[in-house]
Unconditional design. Structure first.
Length: 468
């Protein structure tokens, strides 16, 4: 099959006819979810190099279309070249989309496109080409099986970076809606912007790497800043550098000058093999305003928090409706704005959290007894906070705390600490006024923070003793 490639960046088309056909007839059918595809206006603007608002750090947008011998479009890719803010540095490339029509698959088109992309980047002196890949078990909105997509990217020459990647938001509109960032004061809150995703791995192309099979941390930091700059605006750097998801990645990059590329790891790539384990995850389990207040206090203390919120189905709530409405509209909104993952269920069965290299699973036994033999299993969580959800949820905090002392990952030395906070007034604390519920939650959070300090001091003491 005779095919040719046309790069619309190198060969601009004044009427965008080829671009529109590629977008609507080749790309859109392959990426039907609007969340996975840029609006065509973004590509039109990116390809217009005559516009007045081009920033020196704006990436070069390459839309490469594949034609067959009949001059029909049968595939293509979209990639960007992010300039480096450092003088005389080449920057890096990002593969955003790659696709071929169903009739032309299996003919090596993807490999050809990537090879052409690598050659173009190397001609600019670049040594890094990255791509995003959904983790196993997470659909990317296309018709391709996630596992098969891992194999496909490996065949194209990509491998995962050993890095806790968080995809920045794709549009500033989501950020404005979720954070109500109407004034400059919100810039200092350090909140978690809406629109981020922790469902992705960051890959690097192996042919671009040096003999060390590593990527300089400074190169990844420049990629993150380039990505964020295109969303927030390069002159608005403070808008993303104060955000917690950005700071968490920067803190990791500051611990090492290089990030390893796992090019010897065969696909499919599991999360526990590709994402570094980070200490300090705190899981809060509860059913009302106390647990929400606890989670909120911990997050404001810059701890990584997951809230498992239990709601009983078919049972009357003890907490007055007005109180529940207050919690939902105000506290939950603030929790999510600050980046606390909130999972809601009718009981503890089936809760599962995978974040920052931890896998935390809550399992309820099938025993007929309502409280005595209920078991919860925690995996790799440094601290767990168990709230008083009482018997209406089928288990008690005391029973959960006892069960958690029997760890499923016995080989791990990581300790799980239990904090049992009771709401008072019987049941799940529903008869306590909201102000006191908030106080109870803050007290539980304070106890957790004290445990964290004690744990750190114990480690330092043990390290000192070992040196002596």
């Amino acid at each position: 099959m005779t095919i040719r490639l046309l790069d619309l960046f190198e060969h601009p088309q004044p009427n965008n006819i080829l671009l529109h056909h590629f977008y609507y007839h080749i790309i859109t059918p392959a990426f039907p979810s609007p969340d996975e595809l840029d609006p065509i206006e973004v590509w039109e603007e990116g390809l217009d190099r005559t516009r007045d608002n081009i920033h020196s750090l704006d990436p070069d947008l390459h839309v490469v279309i594949v034609f067959n011998e009949s001059n029909e479009q049968i595939g293509g890719c979209v990639w960007e070249l992010y300039p480096s803010p450092r003088p005389n540095q080449p920057g890096c490339g990002l593969l955003s989309y790659i696709v071929s029509t169903p009739q032309s698959r299996g003919r090596g088109i993807a490999k050809l496109l990537v090879t052409d992309m690598v050659k173009s980047l190397q001609s600019h002196g670049c040594t890094l080409l990255v791509a995003e890949m959904h983790k196993l078990g997470i659909s990317d909105g296309t018709d391709m099986d996630p596992t098969e997509r891992h194999y496909a990217f490996q065949r194209m020459g990509f491998a995962p970076l050993y890095f806790p990647y968080i995809q920045p938001p794709l549009t500033v509109d989501l950020i404005d809606v979720e954070t109500n960032d109407d004034d400059d004061d919100d810039d200092d809150k350090g909140g978690m912007a809406a629109g981020i995703s922790t469902d992705l791995l960051l890959l690097a192309h192996c042919d671009m790497l040096t003999s060390t099979h590593c990527v300089p941390s400074i190169d990844l930091l420049e990629y993150l800043d380039g990505f964020c700059g295109t969303v927030f605006g390069f002159e608005e750097r403070k808008k993303w550098t104060n955000l917690l998801w950005y700071q968490s990645m920067v803190q990791h990059l500051e611990t090492t000058p290089f990030i390893c590329c796992l090019d010897q790891l065969p696909a499919p790539w599991r999360e526990d093999e590709t994402v570094p384990v980070s200490p300090g995850l705190i899981v809060v389990v509860g059913s009302g305003l106390i647990s929400m207040s606890c989670a909120l206090t911990l997050r404001r203390a810059r701890r990584k928090v997951v809230l498992l919120l239990i709601e009983e189905e078919g049972e009357e709530k003890e907490e007055p409706a007005a109180h529940r409405e207050f919690a939902r509209k105000h506290v939950l909104a603030e929790l999510m704005r600050l980046g606390v993952e909130v999972q809601v269920g009718i009981n503890v069965v089936g809760f599962k959290v995978v974040r920052d290299g931890y896998q935390y699973v809550v399992v309820q036994s099938e025993s007929k007894h309502r409280t005595k033999n209920k078991s919860l299993v925690a995996m790799k969580a440094e601290t767990m906070v168990v709230g008083n959800v009482a018997s209406r949820s089928g288990w008690s905090a005391a029973a959960a705390a006892a069960a958690l002392r029997v760890r499923s990952d016995r080989s791990s030395s990581r300790d799980v600490k239990i904090v049992h906070f009771a709401g008072g007034g019987g049941g799940g604390g529903g008869t306590v006024v909201p102000q006191m519920q908030v106080v109870h939650g803050m007290r539980a959070a304070a106890e957790v923070l004290e445990l964290s300090i004690e744990s750190k001091e114990e480690k330092e003491s043990q390290s000192t003793k070992s040196k002596l």
